[in-house]
Unconditional design. Structure first.
Ligand code: SF4
Length: 394
């Protein structure tokens, strides 16, 4: 059976954050019941095409703000998945939550329906930084949410943090990360802030009202984080991700590992992406267009369902390039040379001899001693984008 991950997109937020360009909408909560029905219908339709020979390996409710959805609705979507697909025995099931938006009762209920992992958008412990980002919570609500999640029996907790925030200093970053560590999460994701066009933050920067921290400071923040997280017992497994892990436990995010290993996933909901059977597709982004398309019989661009907006078939060259690009993000695991050959019938060196040798010479890539895998070097980790571009092709 082929292991496939399922991503469920929840495109609702109470208010848009100042840096956000995700596919999410504020003030549309009245559409939630119709959206949940559309999700279940999409799951039915996709399973008609693809349920044979596959097992759901992970489920991830991302957003948006999935914690705006009641446990009953989350359960309805899970039941729909379970009635249409086989599941592996122990499925990692994640829900993204915003601090301060959920009660103990909510967490107990989602734990009861099988949610095993919570990803909490902490972002910073500094109130001025949270205000600048337009977040709706404070650090105290993060502490409270982590405490309630533990009490409810959620074993695997991730905290998301952002560095490189305008006006952020080394001191405030260190304080935020130390406070995050003090909450004893099992997993940490640290993302450098990207300023997306047309966001309120981009406008403030363009108007000269605020300025970005310089690249050197951002690099120092990252390096310091690597050091303190290692000292605190976290193992880095991806450029932006750390987890507690030993011979008994493994809190790496199995869902995201599926993406980084370039393995198949089915995405459901407005704007969700899927990669399966050498095909990639993306659903209509707007909530109402998605709901109407799923419920109607609009003209289709492919046989999957009428809410698909973009569809493409991938050549083996594209899949190999993406496997290199994504796999190299995994700092220890890298790209496994035998897996690559088994999957594509060619070795990494048959296809990328020149690129690998060149990147090796400039100290960005390394092949391990027993020639089992290719990974980024320490320097390569800091210049990852340069490495990834080499495998993108024309
Ligand atoms: S909570 Fe997340 S998805 Fe919603 S607006 Fe903020 S950053 Fe975007």
């Amino acid at each position: 059976m082929e292991k496939v991950s399922a991503y469920i997109h929840i495109p609702f937020c109470v208010k848009r954050c100042n840096y956000c360009d995700f596919n999410t909408y504020a003030g549309k909560e009245d559409l939630i019941p119709a959206y949940i029905s559309a999700l279940c219908k999409e799951i039915d339709r996709v399973s008609l095409n693809f349920s044979e020979g596959i097992e759901i390996y992970t489920v991830y409710f991302g957003g948006g703000t999935p914690s705006l959805i009641s446990p009953n609705f989350l359960h309805k979507v899970l039941m729909s998945l379970k009635s249409n697909f086989s599941f592996i025995e122990k499925v990692e099931m994640t829900v993204e939550v915003n601090p301060g938006t959920i009660s103990l009762n909510y967490l107990q209920q989602i734990n009861g329906i099988g949610i095993t992992r919570l990803s909490i958008g902490m972002q910073s412990a500094n109130q001025a930084e949270l205000d600048l980002l337009g977040r709706q919570h404070d650090y105290v609500s993060v502490v409270k949410t982590v405490g309630l999640a533990r009490k409810a029996g959620i074993a695997n907790i991730n905290l998301d943090l952002i560095f490189g925030i305008p006006n952020q200093t080394e001191k405030t970053w260190k304080k935020s990360l130390k406070k995050a560590i003090s909450l004893k999460p099992d997993h940490l994701s640290l993302y450098a802030l990207t300023i997306e066009d047309s966001t309120p933050l981009a406008e403030k920067i363009a108007e000269g009202m605020i300025s970005m921290p310089d690249d050197d400071l951002e690099a120092e923040m990252y390096e310091w984080a690597e050091k303190i997280l290692k000292q605190s017992g976290f193992k880095q497994y991806e450029i932006s991700n750390w987890a507690r892990r030993d011979q008994y436990i493994d809190y790496r995010c199995q869902h995201n590992l599926q993406y980084w290993r370039n393995l198949p996933y089915l995405g459901f909901g407005a704007g969700a992406h899927s990669y399966f059977n050498h095909m990639r597709w993306e659903n209509k982004k707007q909530i109402l267009s998605y709901i109407n398309a799923i419920n109607g019989e609009d003209e289709r661009i492919c046989t999957i369902h009428p809410a698909v907006n973009i569809y493409s078939e991938l050549s083996s060259t594209m899949e190999m390039g993406e496997t290199m690009m994504m796999g190299l993000r995994l700092v220890r695991e890298g790209v496994n040379l035998l897996d690559f050959r088994n999957r594509f019938g060619k070795s990494v060196f048959d296809v990328y001899e020149n690129e690998v040798r060149r990147l090796e010479q400039v100290g960005l890539l390394q092949i391990d001693d027993d020639r089992k895998r290719i990974c980024l070097t320490r320097r390569g980790k800091h210049l990852g984008n340069q490495v990834f571009m080499s495998f993108l092709g024309d």
